[in-house]
Design a binder for this molecule. Sequence first.
Ligand code: NAD
Length: 337
Amino acid sequence: MTEYRVTCIPGDGIGPEIMAVAKVAVAATGVRIRWIDVEAGADVMDKYGTPLPQAVIDSVRDTKVAIKGPITTPVGSGFRSVNVALRKELDLYANLRPAVSIPGVRSRYEDVDLVVVRENTEDLYAGVEHMVGPDAAESIKIITRRASERIARFAFDYARREKRRKVTAVHKANIMKLSDGLFLEVAREVAAGYPDIEFEDRIVDTMCMQLVQKPELYDVLLCPNLYGDIISDLCAGLIGGLGVAPGANIGEHMAVFEPVHGSAPRYAGLDKADPTALVLSAVLMLAYLGEAEASHALFEAVRAVIGEGRRVTYDLGGTSGTRDMGEAIAEEVARRI
Ligand code: NAD
């Protein structure tokens, strides 16, 4: 049986606790993984002089697949987000965030089934900012044909592979005629090569309203970086919040899987955090590795445990701790494999 090598970055805050659960849950599928544990984040600053040691980047380049817990970005402390740096350094240009309703998770909505495909490398997140005199600041929004084309292709290839029916490009090209105009123009050109997938576009403000009113009308949402960031949190809200929203950062030859949520410092070390988002990120990772059956079994196990509602964390209406919910998921996986 294949043994995969996967880089594991537990992160800080609630990261190590939920990562322990994700490992147990993956082990229960029977897929053999050799975890290469590496450290990153504020806690390793003293030891390595940087929150993102080179060894972390080298390890992901070597194993090609990583799973990552959240990492705190201290406000105003000098270093930029480790998360953004890792995505940039490894050119993980596609951020994939599925938002799928899970029966048993409290939400005003049922049957939400959306996937946000967010461009991960440019737009206002390129970090090109400067002061113009003492009283004005300028942030430069960069949109290139190359990055727009590869993210559009990614969205359509994903839609085709996952048998999805429609891609909706999200933009504000009525106002930003050049930058968002280019993103939309390229999306249209790429769409022409995928006649089997329906294509449409929405202005970002209309998109937000429609997602709140009629999320069932949408399927795959193709977004530049900033709109994708905002829309994916909106979509996480539709399915019951950050605790259950998984994600993946995917490049040409490698991928890093991580939950949408942050390090929730308030709950660190208390055995209270919901491990679902990271375990569902592991579901995406297993699919990426080609372990479709294990991926499906783990997904169904999470749904079963949440649906039953007996051994779930506080945010899901239960009284279980992180570890107990993890054990419940692992037991459920073992029953299904
Ligand atoms: P957060 O996601 O950590 O927390 C937002 C709210 O959701 C809090 O009330 C928190 O307690 C709750 N929450 C989040 N995840 C939960 C879980 N698994 N179980 C139960 N409750 C959960 O967002 P924040 O407070 O804005 O950020 C905290 C830190 O995390 C910041 O330093 C931020 O920069 C960082 N962050 C990191 C990542 C990442 O590593 N990819 C992503 C977002 C934020």
